[in-house]
Design a protein around this ligand. Structure first.
Ligand code: ATP
Ligand code: MN
Length: 463
């Protein structure tokens, strides 16, 4: 008999159907006349309750092996469940134990474990209710992202993970080398001789696929990347990972206002679609993790985002009747406490801040007529702060060259990027969304390390 997923059984199946399921035991209760166990196969938040009667072949022996964590296959007939909490249960006629799990050593016991502890058992933690829900929601988010762009005719382009350019100029790069670290070749000037390295030059793990996405947008108009990016962030925060996934749409023939519209439509779409696909998981987060999760989703879906310029935002922050740790003044970057004040306290919904000072933003952002600000936009979300960073790109060759020079970068290294401005340049715009920040925002999970299966952060890469 074909096995069925538990999600399908709990949502759709009727009494008297015969089914086979496979999964892992969550709990077992042995009573005098018969026993119960709860089985989970990862497809659903809830477990399927299985009733085990003593007339089962090998009952006593099997019962002994049905400990939390054991893998099983169960066949039987579905019946209405007399107990509360479930509509339907499975009366087992055959149970096969694939692998048992020693209750003396299995680390996931019935009690609640802290997320810190669960991070030390990264190979088992997805078997808990919370992490299971997180990874299902993460999957639904990823699916919705592709669906959103594909429905709109965007091409998914695969940008490289190894790159020779530092897109952000932020200096948080991981170097990629296969030089012999015990005998590093040196130039006459005593510097590392990267010409002898694998690529014949210094190479890094990418911090963003944007520059290559711009290349593809100059052919296909609307494109997006969705892949891993890397930053050697030495800050141990609850919002930064060393390896995270980024979604980066790039649109030719598009300006900043089109970019903002897309970002807003995008977030609304993703929230709506995850709520439809994982309502039980979302309710779980609302009940157990953060009781504002559903209200926030509702707020995103049903309200227009606030839009203010950086200059207006600074004025609002200066008027705020509360003290900030970091100073607020025109020209300084917004800190997370400022971003959260705007989104969480002042507007109580996502806020798009535009037109930041040229000095604090990347070289590729389009210079405004005032020559003091650039066509940047950040989407700030309650609880998270910046969730999306985007801009209209500088499409004018001469200004782009000046910006590169002003930031101490070498225009020659980006000759191919500048060529896009020589051959058929057009206004274009795009943004980057940190995928884990989105999942955090959606689920209310406090630490970004708990929304990616295998987090990479300073001193942490075990699993
Ligand atoms: P922050 O100020 O929070 O460090 P940033 O200005 O460095 O963010 P961008 O360079 O604009 O961020 O990157 C685009 C998006 O990627 C951000 O809006 C954020 O959602 C996400 N992001 C950036 N750094 C990280 C990180 N270390 N871990 C996870 N997500 C990140
Ligand atoms: Mn950063």
């Amino acid at each position: 008999m074909e096995t069925r997923r538990i999600v399908d059984i709990l949502r759709n199946a009727q009494p008297d159907e015969s089914v086979t399921i496979q999964g892992w035991v969550r709990t077992k209760r042995a009573l005098k006349e018969f026993s119960f166990m709860e089985v989970n196969d990862g497809s659903f938040m809830a477990n399927l309750q299985v009733v085990l009667n003593p007339d089962l072949p090998d009952y006593e022996n099997i019962l002994k092996q049905l400990n939390t964590g054991a893998s099983v296959e169960v066949s039987g007939i579905l019946a209405p469940s007399p107990g509360k909490g479930q509509r339907i249960e499975l009366k087992a006629s055959k149970v096969k134990v694939y692998g048992d799990a020693n209750p003396e050593t299995y680390p996931l016991q019935k009690k609640r474990h802290s997320f810190e502890f669960l991070r030390t058992i990264g190979h088992l933690r997805s078997r808990t209710n919370t992490l299971g829900a997180v990874f299902r929601v993460r999957n639904a988010c990823a699916h919705a992202i592709h669906q959103f762009f594909q429905e709109r005719g965007f091409l998914w382009v695969h940008t490289p993970i190894i790159t020779a350019n530092d897109c952000e100029g932020a200096g948080e790069l991981f170097c990629v080398t296969n030089l012999n670290l015990k005998e590093i070749p040196q130039t006459e000037a005593g510097e590392i001789d990267y010409s002898q390295d694998f690529f014949g030059r210094k190479a890094y793990l990418t911090v963003s696929g944007q520059l290559q996405a711009e290349v593809m947008a100059m052919t296909f108009r609307d494109v997006y990347t969705f892949g891993p990016t890397f930053r050697a962030e030495n800050s141990n925060t609850s919002r930064h990972l060393a390896e995270f996934w980024m979604v980066e749409p790039e649109m030719a023939f598009c300006d900043l206002s089109g970019d903002m519209d897309l970002a807003e439509e995008f977030l609304k779409y993703i929230f709506k679609s995850v709520l439809e696909k994982c309502p039980e998981d979302m309710e779980f987060f609302n009940k157990r993790i953060d009781d504002s999760v559903l209200a926030t989703a509702d707020n995103i879906i049903n309200n227009e985002f606030e839009r203010v310029t950086y200059t207006e935002a600074i004025a609002l922050l200066e008027k705020a009747k509360r003290k900030f740790e970091y100073p607020v003044s025109w020209g300084l970057d917004l800190q997370s406490e400022h971003e959260r004040y705007l989104a969480e306290e002042l507007f109580k919904k996502p806020v798009i801040v535009t037109d930041y000072p040229v000095e604090i933003k990347a070289f590729y952002m389009r210079l405004n007529e005032d020559e003091k600000t650039v066509r940047a936009m950040d989407v700030l979300a309650p609880k998270i702060g910046e969730i999306i960073g985007g801009s209209q790109r500088e499409e004018r060759l001469d200004i782009l060259e000046q910006r590169l020079q002003a930031q101490g970068m070498n225009p020659e290294e980006l000759w191919w990027y500048l060529d896009l401005r020589r051959y058929g340049t057009v206004p274009h715009a795009g943004f980057g969304l940190g995928f884990e920040r989105l999942v955090q925002f959606m689920t209310g999970m406090g630490n970004i390390r708990d929304v990616i299966p295998f987090p990479r952060a300073p001193l942490s890469a075990e699993f």
